[in-house]
Every structure is written in structure tokens, then in C-alpha cells.
Design a protein around this ligand. Structure first.
Ligand code: CAA
Length: 390
């Protein structure tokens, strides 16, 4: 049975900062952020959005009534969870008005968990061929003002509808994966911000990529030529480029040019949104599919998923006939064009405006947030979400 991505879309908040402004404010040469890190803009999340609303807004933009009635599994991948017990998937289930005979869960392993969610979905569909599974990868990347990681922040969510006979991309069964216990990035339960050993995280990312890419090629008896493109978990676009270059050293000039040219086309949405953790690899996929006019149906793409801590997986997908007709390109471009550029001062204000721990009651003004689904406050310790379209 062919199983894979039938629909795929993303949502990012309505505000961003230019990384040149951030560089100037931090006394850094702008070239470091623009070229050295490879980020052009960075999404800024208002307090009226959280992992739940980002995901619900992403899903809302791709699902029709038929999907809403048929989805029987919501798998929510995040490392920005809002509750230690209740799954974020349950909130989304309610906000979208999904069929009640549905499983809703949350999964975690840093930025890798979106891939784990897809693999769980594949197993479920293999046993229940008519099922439609909603996979959500939603995060707010947050390191702190004036930290080394600040430039690699961002916010957003990717929603994917996984089905049999998918219209966009079949996910092939051959896959290699690996776990290595490394403290490169983590977020203790008491902390709003991630802790990171930045240099170690870069080394570990590249190591797992090289190990898995070599293992995949050996297991499946293929060479680099088997791939029409390579996609990466993209905490910042230079990270993907570094990984790609690390396997191109002994390749022909033509092969190097082919893959680097394509990488540069595909990185666009990541470059202007920033790190969205669990969704970053899939944002790279959307970006390539929507930006690369030369890709053809039948193309085989290799995907590298990395989650600090660490777990990685390398797997492949095959683009389906007329896949372009099933993308949401115009919708995404409109959303990105409608974003508002804010100053570093405004960003810092938004960043600091967090909800104090333990607050049981609070109300937010959601009138300035153009998103259809918003986080409106807390009542008796219960988060209040509003779908303006319901
Ligand atoms: N013009 C052009 N390039 C410049 C420049 C200039 N004026 N000044 C510096 N650069 C280049 C440097 O040469 C360097 O290039 P290379 O990486 O090719 O050597 C690049 O800019 C970055 O410079 P530094 O290494 O000095 O940057 P840094 O020490 O400030 O930290 C970082 C970079 C480690 C990525 C840091 O931002 C960080 O810790 N980020 C968070 C962790 C992270 O994203 N890790 C990625 C792997 S882990 C993962 O993928 C999971 C996840 O999502 C978190």
C-alpha cells in the first residue's frame, strides 16, 4: 500500500523582525546573521498564539469538511507543550470540530518527533487503510534575548494529512534511524527557554546525518545519484548547507552544483520564518515543492530528520503525479506577504510579555491577532481558545 502526504500546509504568526536589525542591535556584523547563519527574517510570536493555536491554524488552512469527518487520529508533535498531562492534540480536535471517534495524542523527542508522528501514522493506515491521520508539528523556538541561540529562534507549525494513495508524496518504507544520548539541547520542565551546547549540537547533527546517509546508501545499495533532492531539519539554513556540503566533498562538480542549487531554492521559507523545531524539516519540504519549478513527479527526495538529545532518521519520498495541483502555494505566499515587520524594541517587548507561572485567571485582547484561532487567556487554570470562524 502506498502511504504518504496527501495535503501539507503551514502557519506562522503575523509578525517578524529583520535579522539585520537584530544584528545591529546586538553589535554583530549583519553578514554573520544573513550569510554565516543564513537567516533573513525571524517570526515573532504574540502571547495570543501558542503551540496549540499555531497547529490548529495550520490545519484549518488545509482541511475540508470531508477530511474533518474522516480524520480518526491526531498526532501532535511538539517540544513547546502547554500541559504535562493533557495532549495538545485534544485541544486541536475540539477547535477543528473533528469526528469524535478519533484518537488524539502528543509525541515528543525534540525536533525529531514530527517524523515519529508520520511513522506512527503510516503504521496506523497500514492496519486501517481508509483512515486519515492529521500530523501536526508545532513549536516556538526560544533561547532568550542576547544569547548565542537568539538568531535561531522562530515560530510556526506544519499540518500534514497522511493517507493511502497520497496526492503529494508517497513516503517509502526504507528508512534508517539512530539514537545517541547527547546533551546538546534540552529544556528542563521549569524553564521557558531552551538550554543548548551550540557547537556540540552542530557536531552531533552532522555526525548523525553522515552516519544515517551512509547507512541508508549501504542498506539500499544506492548512490547520491538516486536522490533528486535532499531536505533537512533546518534550525537555521546554514546548518542544512553545512550538512549537505559534508557529503559532497568527493562528488563531481556537476553533482555538487545540482544539489546546492536546489538547496538554495528550497531553503526560502526557512530563511524567512526561522526555526520551528519539529516542523522545520517539513517547512523545508513545503518550500522546495512550492519554489522549485523544475522538480517533476516521480522525483525521489531524501529527508533528514534530527532531534537533539539525540535521535535522527533518514528516509525518502516520491513526488506524485500532478502534486503541484494539491499544494497551497498562493495561500502561503499571501500569509507571508501580509506579515508585519516590527522593530527589535517591539520584539523584545513581546518576548518579555510572558504569563507568570501559576496564574489561574487572565484574559488577552485577541483583536490585534489576525489568526482565526487564538489563545484568549486562562480561566480557573484552564487555557481558553477561540476559533473566530466557529
Ligand atoms: N559574514 C559572514 N559570515 C560570518 C560573519 C560575517 N561577518 N561573521 C561570522 N560568520 C560566520 C562564521 O564564520 C560561522 O560560519 P561557519 O558555521 O560556516 O563556520 C557562522 O557565521 C556562525 O558563526 P559562529 O559559529 O561564531 O556562531 P555562534 O557561535 O554565534 O553560534 C550557533 C551559532 C551555535 C548555531 C548558535 O546560534 C546556537 O547555539 N543556536 C542554537 C542551537 C542550534 O540551532 N543548533 C543546530 C543543531 S541542533 C538542532 O538542529 C536541533 C534544534 O533545532 C535546536
Amino acid at each position: 500500500m502506498k502511504i504518504g502526504i496527501n495535503k501539507i500546509g503551514f502557519y506562522t504568526p503575523h509578525m517578524y523582525i529583520d535579522t539585520e536589525d537584530l544584528a545591529i542591535a546586538r553589535g554583530v556584523e549583519p553578514g554573520k546573521f544573513k550569510i554565516g547563519i543564513g537567516q533573513d527574517k525571524m517570526a515573532v510570536v504574540p502571547k495570543t498564539q501558542d503551540a496549540v493555536t499555531l497547529a490548529a491554524n495550520a490545519a484549518l488552512s488545509i482541511l475540508d469538511q470531508e477530511d474533518i469527518d474522516a480524520i480518526d487520529y491526531v498526532i501532535f508533535a511538539t517540544e513547546s507543550g502547554i500541559d504535562h498531562s493533557k495532549a495538545a492534540g485534544v485541544y486541536v480536535h475540539q477547535l477543528l470540530g473533528l469526528n469524535e471517534y478519533c484518537r488524539s495524542i502528543e509525541v515528543k523527542q525534540a525536533c525529531y518527533s514530527g517524523t515519529a508522528a508520520i511513522q506512527i501514522a503510516k503504521g496506523h493506515i497500514a492496519l486501517n487503510p481508509d483512515s486519515k491521520v492529521l500530523v501536526l508539528s508545532s513549536d516556538i523556538s526560544r533561547y532568550g534575548l542576547n544569547t548565542g541561540g537568539e538568531i535561531t529562534q522562530g515560530a510556526g507549525a506544519v499540518a500534514m494529512l497522511i493517507t493511502r494513495d497520497p496526492k503529494v508524496m508517497v513516503i517509502e518504507d526504507q528508512s534508517v534511524y539512530k539514537t545517541e544520548d547527547v546533551m546538546d539541547f534540552w529544556r528542563p520542565l521549569y524553564s521557558e527557554e531552551a538550554f543548548v551546547h551550540g557547537k556540540l549540537s552542530v557536531i552531533q547533527y552532522i555526525k548523525l546525518f553522515q552516519d544515517l546517509f551512509t547507512a541508508y546508501k549501504e542498506k539500499n545499495q544506492v548512490t547520491l545519484a538516486a536522490f533528486d533532492g535532499l531536505l533537512f531539519h533546518m534550525p537555521y539554513t546554514k546548518m542544512g548547507l553545512k550538512a549537505l556540503k559534508s557529503i559532497l566533498e568527493n562528488e563531481s562538480e556537476q553533482e555538487q552544483e545540482r544539489l546546492i542549487k536546489q538547496f538554495n531554492i528550497g531553503k526560502y521559507y526557512n530563511e524567512i520564518v526561522g526555526n520551528i523545531y519539529t516542523g522545520s524539516l517539513y517547512l523545508n519540504l513545503i518550500s522546495l515543492l512550492e519554489q522549485d519549478t523544475e522538480l517533476k513527479a516521480g522525483a525521489r527526495l531524501g529527508l533528514f530528520s534530527y532531534g537533539s538529545g539525540s535521535v535522527g532518521e533518514f528516509f525518502t519520498g516520491i513526488l506524485q503525479k500532478n502534486y503541484r495541483d494539491h499544494l497551497f502555494t498562493e495561500q502561503h505566499q499571501q500569509m507571508l506577504q501580509a506579515r508585519e515587520k516590527i522593530s527589535v524594541e517591539q520584539y523584545e517587548k513581546v518576548f518579555m510579555d510572558t504569563i507568570p507561572n501559576g496564574i489561574g485567571n487572565i484574559e488577552f485582547d485577541i483583536s490585534n491577532d489576525p489568526a482565526p484561532i487564538c489563545f484568549a487567556g486562562i480561566k480557573d487554570h484552564m487555557r481558553q481558545y477561540i476559533n473566530k470562524e466557529q
